[in-house]
Ligand binder design. Structure first.
Ligand code: CU
Length: 173
């Protein structure tokens, strides 16, 4: 009887397009078991999904987030929104992610003189992991970057005078 079944199973493969009934069902578990295990074993190595982050600034010189958490190596899609109405010259906002150990205050003070470079001091560009452009009320901008190594990083708005209120921690786990 078993031999007959195997013959049936082989025959069923040939006719599988038009025969999905009992014969193929019997052969399926043995034939597909190894294939089913392979993807499961690969799962931990699968690429991380994107970290989608939206951070909003307003006319009160505030970000709605003071902490952002992502995973090491994750592709980060970050949108900065300005929910206010004030023009960029009066209440501009950007998002600047500083490298680990960078002195936030020293960076922000140097940024005051870097209006023509989105408030990123040219001699300190190496201290920045990622940054958006500077936007005004009602605007929105998006950047994409790879999360750095595990650790805690500072982010800020480097528009003059904003860093005291507009800053937070970017935590990579
Ligand atoms: Cu700002």
């Amino acid at each position: 009887m078993k031999k007959t079944l195997f013959v049936f199973a082989s025959a069923a493969l040939l006719f599988s397009a038009c025969n999905n009934s009992s014969n193929t069902t019997e052969a399926t578990p043995a034939a597909e078991a190894p294939a089913a295990e392979a993807p499961a074993a690969e799962a931990p190595a699968a690429p991380l999904s994107d970290a989608v982050v939206t951070i909003t600034g307003d006319d009160n010189m505030k970000f709605d987030l003071t902490e952002i958490k992502v995973k090491e190596g994750q592709n980060v899609k970050l949108t900065l929104k300005h929910a206010g109405k004030a023009p960029v010259v009066a209440m501009g906002h950007n998002f600047v992610l500083l490298d680990e150990g960078v002195d936030l205050e020293a960076f922000a003070q140097a940024a005051v003189a870097a209006k023509d470079n989105d408030y990123i001091p040219k001699d300190k560009e190496g201290e920045v992991i990622a940054h958006t452009k500077t936007i005004g009320g009602g605007e929105s901008t998006e950047i994409e970057f790879t999360a750095p190594g595990k650790g805690t990083y500072d982010f800020l708005c480097s528009f003059p005078g904003h860093y005291g209120m507009m800053k937070g921690k970017f935590i990579v786990e």
